[in-house]
Every structure is written in C-alpha cells, then in structure tokens.
Unconditional design. Sequence first.
Length: 86
Amino acid sequence: ALSDAGVLMGLPRDIATKLAAQTLVGAAKLYLVTGKHPGELRDMVTSPGGTTIAGIKEMEQKGLRGALIAAVEAATLRSKELGKGK
C-alpha cells in the first residue's frame, strides 16, 4: 500500500517501492536501536502540524490500527484451528 501511494503521488514504481521499504526498515531500526516505546518514537519524529502527524491522523481515521490488530487476531485464531486438525 505504501508503494501504491507513492505511485499515486507521481513516483515511478521502483522508487516508490524502495522508499516504502526504506521507511519500514528505518522505523524498525529506530525501535531496535533505541528500545523506546513506539509511541515515544512517534512523538520524537512528529512536528506539530507537520506531514507525519497528518498522515497518522488519516490512518487513525481510516481504521488502520484496528485493521492490523484484527488481522493478527484472525491469523492467530486460524493458526490454532489448523493446529487442532493435525
């Protein structure tokens, strides 16, 4: 989805995909290096009225957080169901 958004905004597919991957890798590295809670890291990198907080607001309004939690829950439950069938 991040790559598709980059293309929507006018980036060539290869650049959009690389930027999406670098964004995810950078966020993961920041967490692993600092060990800080993700909420604290978010606060460190968001400027009042800035682009990052605008994007976060949109993701929250669209229900991304809930969708991710529901996806993990559904996969876990299905894994348990499949495990019982063995």
